[in-house]
Every structure is written in C-alpha cells, then in structure tokens.
Design a binder for this molecule. Structure first.
Ligand SMILES: *[C@@H]1O[C@H](CO)[C@@H](O)[C@H](O)[C@H]1NC(C)=O
Ligand SMILES: *[C@@H]1O[C@H](CO)[C@@H](O)[C@H](O)[C@H]1NC(C)=O
Ligand SMILES: *[C@@H]1O[C@H](CO)[C@@H](O)[C@H](O)[C@H]1NC(C)=O
Ligand SMILES: *[C@@H]1O[C@H](CO)[C@@H](O)[C@H](O)[C@H]1NC(C)=O
Ligand SMILES: *[C@@H]1O[C@H](CO)[C@@H](O)[C@H](O)[C@H]1NC(C)=O
Ligand SMILES: *[C@@H]1O[C@H](CO)[C@@H](O)[C@H](O)[C@H]1NC(C)=O
Ligand SMILES: *[C@@H]1O[C@H](CO)[C@@H](O)[C@H](O)[C@H]1NC(C)=O
Ligand SMILES: *[C@@H]1O[C@H](CO)[C@@H](O)[C@H](O)[C@H]1NC(C)=O
Ligand SMILES: *[C@@H]1O[C@H](CO)[C@@H](O)[C@H](O)[C@H]1NC(C)=O
Ligand SMILES: *[C@@H]1O[C@H](CO)[C@@H](O)[C@H](O)[C@H]1NC(C)=O
Length: 554
C-alpha cells in the first residue's frame, strides 16, 4: 500500500473535529443560522433568496473521482446549460485502498471502518463543493446507494474501471457484507442497530463537514432505497422497514444540520394497501424550529386507493386507443388488428386492470406517501427509468412501445406530483432516463456490474427501443409534464462529458465499448451506463427546460 491515508477510526470519530477542511463545521457543532443562501421550503415549493427555486438538475455521481481540472471542466459545462443543481455521490465505500491515489471515502476492512478525510478522501468532495460554489451551482449529496453489484470477474464480461458504474461505490450491501457477511440480507441495513450506527457515523462526518455551506442543496439519504437489492432480502421486509429507516436517518441529519433540506431519494413507488406510519398521523404541534414546509404539514391519508390507480391506468389505455384510431400507423409494426365488430378489443387489458403493479403495490418496500409525511423529510422524491421498472403497469397493442413509455412516464410524474401536493411538500423527480438504441450497447442496469456481448446480442438486457430523436422527445415531454404538474426539481440522469486526451482522471476513459456518440477516440468520455447524455440535442432539451423552470422563479 503506497497511499498515505488520513483516516479517522470509527471509535475516535465523535472526538474528531474533522478540522482538516476549510468547509468543516466549527468544533462546537454550533451551526450558522440558515440564511438567504440556503434553500428552504414553504407552500410545497422551494425558495432561495426570496424567490421560488424551480430547477433542472443532473447527476454526475463520479465527480469526486476527477482531477481538479476535470471537475472544473465538468461543472462549467453543466452550469452553461442553465442547470442549477448537480447530484453526486458523497459516499464511496471500498474494501481495499484503491491504487494510484484513487478516491475513496470509507474503508470497510478487517472488521474496522475507517473514514478517509484526507487528500484522496473527503477533500476530493471539498473540491467539488468549492468549484460548484464558484459557479453558483447547488449540490445534492447522496449518502448511500441501494445497489452494489460486485464486479463480475468472469472472462466473458467486459471490465469497467473502478467507479465507472453508479453501483460501484459500495453502499448498503457493502455494510451488510462487512458486518454480517456475504450471506447477509439487504434488509439488515435498515434493521440492524450495528449497521444503522455505522452508517450514522459516516453521515455525521459528511453532514458536519458541510453543515454551514450554502452550496449544499439537500441531503439525499440514499439512492433508490428498497427492500430488494443485489443481496437477497428477508421475505418479511416491507414498506415499514424503509420508512422507519428514512425517519431515523433524516432525524439524525437534522440533529446535526438543521440548515439543509433532506430527501429520502426513494423511487416514488406507492402502496395502495399498506398501513401508514406517518401519513395518517395527527399533525405534530409545531416544534421550535421546523422548516416552513414541516410547519405546513397536514395529516393526510393515502390518495392512491386501488380505485384511483385503476382510473389512471384506464385513462392511459383510453388515450392509446384514441391515438390509434386517429392514426392507425402509430400502432406497433406487426400488431394484430384489434378492432372487432366496431369495438376496440383489448382482452389483455382486462388483466392489466388490477392495482397489483410495481408502481403501486408496495412490493419494493417503498411507500412514497408515507415517506413524504415523515416530519424531517422536506420533499417527496421519485425516479423514472422505464427500461428498468414498471410503473403504471399497462401495455397496449394500440401504440408503439416508445409512445407508451413516454405517456406512462408522464402519468407517473403526475401521480407523484399529486402525492407530494397531498403531503404539502415540493415534488422532485430526482433522476430520469431512457436508453436509446444508440446507447443500448452501453446499458448496464443498476443491479448489474457488467454486460456481456452475448447479453446484448441475446437482448437479455431489454430496452424500450427509442431512437435518439425519440429519446430527446421523451425528455422534453417529461420535463413539460413535470412543469405542468408543479414538480419543483427535475433531474436528468446522467451527465455526459467529453474531455481532451490530457485528462488525468482515472475514471475518464474511452468506453470499454465503442463510443456511441461519434466522439470517436479523439476525446475521453465520462462514465456511461447507457444513460449518459453526450449529445447536443439532449443538452438543448435540458437547457430549454432550465430556461422555462427559471422563468417560474420570477
Ligand atoms: C454559470 O451559468 C450562468 C447562467 O445560468 C451564467 O450567467 C454564468 O456566467 C455561468 N458561470 C460561469 C463561470 O460560466
Ligand atoms: C487486512 O488484514 C490482512 C491480514 O492482516 C492484511 O494483509 C490486509 O492488508 C488488511 N487489509 C486492509 C485493507 O487493511
Ligand atoms: C500519491 O500522492 C502523493 C502526494 O499526495 C504523491 O507523492 C504520490 O506520488 C502519489 N502517487 C501516485 C501513484 O500518484
Ligand atoms: C446485527 O449485526 C451484528 C453483526 O455486526 C450481529 O452480531 C448481530 O447479531 C445482528 N443483530 C441482529 C439483531 O441480527
Ligand atoms: C439483483 O441481482 C442479483 C444477482 O444477479 C439477484 O440475485 C437479485 O435478485 C437482483 N435483485 C433484483 C431486485 O432484481
Ligand atoms: C424481492 O424480495 C422478495 C422478498 O424476499 C422476493 O420474494 C422477491 O422475489 C424479490 N424480488 C426480486 C425482483 O428480487
Ligand atoms: C425515430 O423513430 C421515429 C418513429 O418511428 C421515426 O419517425 C424517425 O425517423 C426515427 N429517427 C431516426 C433518426 O431514426
Ligand atoms: C445514432 O447516433 C448517430 C450519431 O450521433 C446519429 O447520426 C444517428 O442518427 C443515431 N441513430 C439513431 C437511430 O438514433
Ligand atoms: C480541448 O482541446 C481543444 C483544442 O485544443 C480546445 O479548444 C478546448 O478548449 C479543450 N477543451 C478542454 C475542456 O480543455
Ligand atoms: C484511435 O484508435 C485507433 C485504433 O485503436 C488508433 O490506431 C489511433 O491511433 C487512435 N487515434 C488517436 C488520435 O488516438
């Protein structure tokens, strides 16, 4: 091991002032009062500097892996589109110290947990924050990840550089493997006090470090927390596990840092039949210093009854039948003609008219309505990845799959915006993406560490099948749907950046697969899991959206 590590042992953490950073909290932990440069919430909206803060965001989870120059290049390019918030990973758990001064934030090895706040550790995140600050960007910091597929060492698969994929940064399953073992189950991260304490120690180190920084937009407790993950989960894991855990962690964050907003990072799944822990609670008496949003919190029940879900799904099917009548050629090629005796026959649609679908049946262990009602959760979040999840759970032979993905995505946006409004909190689409056929050769689903050429040829990795124009159209329509429904933050996943060959960042690479963007080998590319937006036409969509969102801010 040739790397000088400036580690903080777990046991010594409480006593450590984390004083090495100019951005760290004062040793007394007395944080500065929230001021005009901090984002706040009221009336279900974000506010900043006396105005609303509707915004477009993007994810660049890999920023802290970059050299100083590449951090500047990337953030400058993001800022130039008018994007206001950058989402990045504020966790990076490893089991071995990476070679060549590679970035890592926490070492889980040999029974100990060591936080790295040195030059290869959290000081890299300091650099990201200080560069963002210079540009006037806000940063959303994500504290852990649901997904952590281990590298596939079989020779048939393609190797990605360490940290290339979003799920290669440790996260929940890294804690489970460390504390319990490789046969441990995912829900232990939510249930086991040892793991909860270890995670809270890490959260303390990061949150204290930036508690006074107006550059932090919010703390995202986790990317996409759910019962199911890469490791197996207990059969009885349910929505209460995730909701209780988000409550515990959000309360912990607020106890250290009352300045900043907190989000769950959950995927937006609802549960029509689940009992609620928070959503039906009587309103709490206003506490000493709640955010304006928390003060406004109402006692709400569940908006999403089975009947409500059925009516949303019926509306989609009806729209598609009408689209097909108006324009029969919009039907998918090779579909059977389904107009029988003057009526549009849809025998399979009857089967579909059950509320038992991933978006609303709680099977992921996520109940967004309940999570949004947690007092220390300031916003209601959701994601949209039609290549990886079912949401509305309807499909139709009447129109092509891309149109269906776009429309169902817009309906999902509307459903989540309604849930947020019902909770009286801002709605945030944390991350959305659609894989295009051009980028599908790069597509690695969040629960995988590799794709093999055979996977691609066998279509084992399925995509909706959009071409580049349709992908851009989907992004435009989803941003419009979000704006029409009052969604406050709209996050494209993920940023794509080209760099000159002079880049020294290990994460920057010529993709292991041929670059899909036409950039060729004259430049190096940022990580691409199939969603990276390199194309000008996607950046134009984001830029147009940013202009429209900022117009709402007055
Ligand atoms: C950042 O973007 C804003 C527009 O949103 C622009 O006015 C500003 O000049 C940009 N800053 C830099 C340093 O490029
Ligand atoms: C863990 O312990 C083994 C055996 O003592 C040692 O070889 C290894 O370097 C240790 N790993 C780390 C990451 O410290
Ligand atoms: C790691 O960083 C140290 C100084 O921070 C430097 O002396 C050393 O050469 C670096 N090692 C590599 C492999 O880059
Ligand atoms: C929690 O995890 C620890 C291992 O770190 C284990 O010893 C303990 O038995 C677990 N607790 C429960 C209740 O499973
Ligand atoms: C994720 O992948 C692992 C390994 O292939 C699998 O066992 C697990 O069931 C998958 N989880 C989900 C939620 O699909
Ligand atoms: C999710 O977890 C449940 C409970 O263990 C299991 O029955 C189900 O098959 C899992 N789903 C996936 C996709 O892994
Ligand atoms: C993309 O698909 C649409 C709909 O099928 C088609 O009209 C368009 O020509 C395609 N564009 C490209 C660039 O292939
Ligand atoms: C794929 O990308 C190339 C280069 O950007 C573009 O010319 C082509 O139209 C794209 N194809 C489709 C089907 O979108
Ligand atoms: C890359 O190199 C070109 C040509 O030398 C230069 O114009 C451009 O500014 C460079 N871009 C970056 C990000 O350094
Ligand atoms: C591009 O890649 C080809 C094949 O790997 C190589 O021969 C060529 O030198 C590369 N060009 C540049 C400018 O790097």
């Amino acid at each position: 091991m040739r790397v000088a590590v400036h580690g903080v042992a777990l046991t010594a953490l409480a006593a450590t002032a984390l004083a090495s950073s100019s951005l760290s909290a004062t040793p007394t932990r007395k944080v500065a009062k929230r001021h005009n440069n901090f984002v706040s919430t009221s009336d279900g909206k974000f506010h900043l500097g006396g105005k609303c803060f509707f915004h477009i965001s993007t994810t660049a989870y890999w920023l802290a892996q970059l050299s100083d120059d590449d951090i500047t290049t990337t953030l400058t390019a993001i800022n130039a589109t008018g994007i206001k918030v950058v989402r990045t990973w504020a966790f990076n758990d490893v089991t071995e110290i990476p070679p060549n001064n590679g970035t890592y934030f926490q070492l889980l090895a040999n029974g100990t947990v060591t936080i790295n706040d040195g030059p290869t550790g959290l000081q890299r995140l300091d650099k990201v924050i200080s560069e963002a600050e210079k540009l006037g960007l806000k940063v959303q910091l994500t504290l852990t990840n649901n997904w952590n597929a281990l590298p596939d060492t079989s020779s048939a698969s393609l190797d990605f550089p360490s940290g290339f994929l979003s799920n290669a940064y440790g996260g929940m399953d890294a804690y489970v493997r460390h504390f319990i073992g490789s046969d441990g189950t995912h829900e232990q991260f939510f249930r086991n006090e040892t793991l909860i304490t270890a995670f809270q120690n890490y959260v303390t180190a990061v949150v204290q470090r930036y508690a006074d920084s107006p550059t932090i937009f919010s703390w995202e407790v986790a990317n996409d927390p759910r019962c199911n993950s890469t490791l197996a989960t207990a059969p009885d894991c349910n929505t209460h596990d995730v909701t209780n855990w988000v409550n515990t962690i959000s309360s912990h964050i607020k106890s250290i840092d009352p300045n900043h907003l907190v989000s769950s990072g959950a995927g937006g799944f609802m549960c029509t039949t689940c009992t609620k822990l928070f959503a039906t609670a009587t309103p709490a008496a206003p506490s000493a210093s709640p955010s304006a949003g928390a003060r406004k919190k109402r006692a709400v029940g569940s908006l999403f009854t089975p009947a409500k879900v059925l009516s949303m799904r019926t509306a989609l099917l009806k729209k598609w039948r009408e689209d097909a009548k108006r324009n029969p050629r919009s039907r998918g090629a090779g579909e059977v003609k389904r107009l029988i005796r003057g009526r549009w026959a849809a025998p399979e649609n009857r089967r579909q008219l059950s509320p038992d679908v991933q978006g609303f049946n709680g099977a992921q262990g996520v109940d967004s309505e309940d999570i949004a009602a947690i007092p220390n959760v300031d916003m209601s979040t959701f994601q949209l990845f039609p290549d990886q999840n079912q949401y509305m759970g309807v499909d139709s032979a009447d129109v092509d799959p891309v149109t269906q993905a776009i429309d169902a995505g817009s309906a999902w946006i509307k459903a989540n915006a309604m849930a947020a409004a019902n909770a009286g909190k801002p709605s945030v689409l944390t991350a959305f993406g659609l894989v295009s056929t051009n980028s599908s050769t790069h597509f690695v689903p969040f629960n995988q560490s590799s794709v093999t050429v055979a996977d691609i040829l066998n279509s084992a990795v399925k995509t909706v099948g959009a071409n580049d124009t349709q992908q851009a159209d989907a992004y435009r329509q989803w941003i419009q749907a979000a704006m029409q429904n009052g969604v406050s933050g709209v996050g494209q996943y993920q940023w794509g950046q080209t760099y000159n060959m002079s880049s020294t960042s290990p994460i920057i690479t010529q993709s292991p697969l041929a670059p899909a963007t036409g950039a060729g080998n004259m430049s190096l590319l940022s990580p691409d899991d199939g969603y990276a937006a390199f194309q000008d036409q996607l950046k134009t969509v984001l830029s147009d959206g940013a202009t429209q969102q900022s117009a709402l801010n007055g």
